[in-house]
Design a protein around this ligand. Structure first.
Ligand code: SAM
Length: 293
């Protein structure tokens, strides 16, 4: 793969030559399709039986009972009955991690700041059996329509949809839990054969948006509340670098995250997680921060 010069510099500033080799190998791997069973639209065993009857092969993912990988391609899966009725959702394994880390409970108020197309909004709803009171924001009009479509299709109830810039949400709001799955360069998700479209300017633009959204997230979080920040980037500037906007607050406390052993991660000491691009996983970052009560 050919990387722009700035991209190579970012990697070299942050990773060892051996890690860079692993990253490039991860970009080159062909990831299997993964999906999440949606208990809001059917009982898991019944959904899986229906997939088997339609000839879809799949295998379990050890760390999440609703997650599966399949040898079938996305188009074949999207043609199944259970997909059409919203009983499964195509989603990368890495992107299933933030809602699990958030650990929202029924009755809690949850803000999903940048929600389209709705994978994580609908997962939070599924994880709380539709019991969390979710506010899902999206700035882009076309993507907002997709979010609305998916929320309805997946049967996610108690979701208030806001077509707005989350950085401009009224400071009057307060939430128990906030997910900021921030817009980012996507440096974790590159695949061999794709040309790298990320530019230095894109990266700087993402960093500005991430900083504005993180500052807002902190203002909207209740005392004792928890924020999960995630990106599909492996650049520290968008990850731990962006988080300094929150971690310099005197009432911020990192809640260290632990990943199951079969998820490949870069070693780090700050309690955050950066998943390595690899055969089953996109490169992905997540961190959890509590606002002291
Ligand atoms: N969480 C989503 C999911 O799991 O399906 C993926 C979110 S994607 C990484 C980031 C989203 O943030 C994009 O849809 C983008 O349009 C939206 N976005 C960017 N800036 C925003 C802002 N200021 N306010 C709200 N949404 C924003």
């Amino acid at each position: 793969m050919i990387f722009p010069e700035f991209f190579e510099k970012e990697l070299a500033a942050q990773y060892t030559p051996q890690e860079i080799e692993e990253i490039v190998r991860g970009y080159g791997a062909k990831r299997p399709v993964s999906f999440r069973v949606n208990p809001l639209r059917g009982e898991r065993e019944q959904t899986l039986r229906s997939l088997e009857e339609e000839g879809i092969d799949f295998s379990c993912v050890a760390w999440y009972a609703d997650a599966f990988v399949s040898g079938a391609d996305e188009r074949t899966i999207a043609n199944t009955r259970v997909y059409r009725m919203g009983a499964i959702y195509l989603q990368s394994l890495s992107s299933m991690l933030p809602p699990l880390a958030l650990g929202a409970a029924a009755g809690e108020s949850v803000l999903d700041m940048t929600a389209a197309p709705g994978g994580k909004t609908t997962q939070i709803s599924a994880l709380t059996q539709g019991g969390a009171l979710i506010t899902a924001c999206e700035k882009d009009g076309g993507r907002f329509s997709r979010l609305r479509y998916n929320v309805e299709k997946q049967g996610a109830s108690r979701v208030t949809l806001l077509h707005c810039d989350a950085a401009r949400l009224d400071d009057f709001f307060r939430f128990d839990k906030i997910l900021l799955d921030a817009p980012c360069s996507g440096s974790g998700t590159l695949q061999a054969g794709e040309s790298v479209k990320i530019t230095e300017k894109t990266l700087l633009g993402c960093m500005q948006t991430q900083s504005a959204l993180l500052k807002k997230a902190w203002r909207l979080l209740k005392r004792g509340g928890e924020l999960v920040y995630s990106t599909c980037s492996i650049f520290e500037k968008e990850n731990a670098g962006a988080l300094r906007h929150v971690l310099t607050e005197p009432d911020a406390e990192v809640i260290p995250l632990e990943m199951p052993a079969d998820i490949p991660v870069f070693p780090r000491t700050d309690g955050a997680v950066c998943v390595k691009p690899s055969v089953n996983y996109e490169g992905f970052f997540l961190a959890k921060i509590r606002k002291k009560g």
